[in-house]
Design a protein around this ligand. Sequence first.
Ligand code: SF4
Length: 327
Amino acid sequence: MFPGAGDSEFAFELLVCRWAELAWHPADGDRPVVVARQLGTRERRWDTVVLEVAPEVFATRRAFGERTLDSDLLRVVRGAPAEWAWYRDALDDPGFPWRYIREAIHRAAALDLIEKRSGPNGRIEFRRVREYPDWVERVIAIENKPDLDASAARALADQLRHDVESGLADEVWVATGTTGERVSPALLEDMPVEVGVLEFDFADGVDADAGEVVWHPTSLRADGDARTRLLLAERAYGKGWRSLRETMRPDCRHFEVRREGRALVPHCAAKGRVPTAAECKGGCAEFSPEPPQWRTNGWPIAGGPGKGVRELLERRRERERDRVDSE
Ligand code: SF4
């Protein structure tokens, strides 16, 4: 890892996410992707999620906004008819009270995702503005283990088997740090054979060549629950992997963003390394709010460095999405 990374699994995870934006797919050539971190289902959380998307329809998904469509909004948007209709005629019985659907219709209309009007007898009618596209081609789960030794591989094996059998992912990978030696066959023996292994050298941060495929994955059937898979993809789309701008403390005077190759990585000047997401919070003993004058007269970044960092990370996210659109 690069100097200042410490032994941070968090730093490793950020670099894997950035690398995936630059270099996915590692064996089968360039594919446009959306990358997110720390997502999953009730049973299992994935470190990195890569969505391979269809560029020609990705722009249509973006037209529904940059945020996640939650379960109720998705039901309304996907079920919205081309012509005006009473919502109970257009949608399948949800299996829970209709008032939740009415509330979602009002929310969707307020976000310009659909149109609504009051029909005969005051019945709520709605219709679509545009069709919700089939924008996700493949879902990839990556488990990040910078120090993958034989005992870590054994401990991971059951979780990976679950990932393979979940029917939600089209490919499952383990990402690990390079050791300078070939990954031993004994280590691979503990893993399900369907799981790919990627080895990374992040000594100089990230570039597209930082990862090497050590074991190729098997393409999975991904025949699990389609709705769960789409909800997962929607959460990945809305969250991305730069959500640290909301969960960490860029408004702390010790918070910095450093360039490590082609990645921007958080750095804590007080700790002298990448802080973990768990420690970089308001409860951090060394937290010190940026002085108010940083946000006012003369400071080169409008709103102060904290706001500047948030905006910078947001712009990076938009830039990557624009890149997918143009592919
Ligand atoms: S001192 Fe604490 S809150 Fe401030 S940047 Fe470092 S880890 Fe984050």
